[in-house]
Design a protein around this ligand. Sequence first.
Ligand SMILES: [Zn+2]
Length: 409
Amino acid sequence: MTHPRGFIIKFIIALLVVTLSTKPYQVYSQGGIVVENPNVAVAFGNSITFTANLKSTLPIQQASLLFREANEEITRVETLQVAEDGAVSFTYDATQNAFPPFSWILFWFQATLSDGVTYTSDPIKFQYYDDRFPWREVNQVNITINWYAGDDSFSASALDAAGSGILAMRDFIPISFDDPIDVYIYSNTTDLQSTLLTGSNQWVGGHAHPELGVVLVAIPPGSGQFIEMETKIPHELAHVMLYRYLGENYQRQPAWLIEGIASMVELYTNPDYARAMQIASDNDSLIPLNDLCASFPVDAGSAFLAYAQSQSFVTYIRDSFGTSGLSRLMNAYSEGFNCELGATQALGVPLSQLDVRWRETVLGQNVAGVATRNLLPFLLLMALVLVVPLWSAIDLLRQRRKNGKQESQ
Ligand SMILES: [Zn+2]
């Protein structure tokens, strides 16, 4: 991968005015702008300073800097003050972390000259690299592990966890080896959270930017590193693989399904998940699956329960309907079915009913209800068997009444 450390773009963009005129000199008389020495200085998480020298044959009336993240649709436009020598500078406040770490940012210039024509330069691309840490890297196939704390065996273990995770998820998710995936391992959650959008949840210990092929996790080197690697790395890789498989339809999937699948491929099952669910079940405070369609709760406790439930629920669906059931679910949601009816379309059962069945089967709720449902075919048969004697008995009763009446008369 390419690092933008000491990144200085040293090329000049000459914008030629395309003209259909047969007089070639008009190209020169119309002029245009030349962007000299465009430069970007990144103070990660603080500021991005864009500088350049704008040169033109005619005086510049107005100039702007335009920039956006490569996958973004919104372009930021900033008016520039142009010095006499054409120098321009703009400092963007990056403290809100609106740009994800390691994303690619495009910027370009526009200038309106005294002829009233607005000229636009070609875009220039740079990576918004978190250069606060001395990153090292090691890679296998399309996975690169980037880390700065811990020795070589630390990164080797991380690679192993990634490989095992990919093997574990290949049954549910088509695996892509074409595009690179960068895993950045921060040594603590504070470092990781300083890269996330302001207002992100404080409990986040892993995060994927699937559209960038970037995975961020916080794993401190030490005795707990293996468990952390085996849970966080496969989970976040699953997000990237799901995104690459589903494309735009990734956004249409319910949160419980995406998070449930990602949690199911974790190589180490969190023992606290079962306990949290049992306590919630006993207190009748389980979260209805229909409330986990759009997003997960923000507070740590509810979010933990949401992950536990999603993992258990998706595992229940896989065990009941097979991996093809999970594929059918993803297809139904890709087609635009809503959260409740996508399940009906894919599995023949609406989500709310699946939720009830899962609570009964996995958590043993409403045992009588389960028993009744399991006995239902038997009870129907019993009813059929009983229906004849019943009516015979009633008939008999009627006959006796009749006879009795007759006798008493
Ligand atoms: Zn996740």
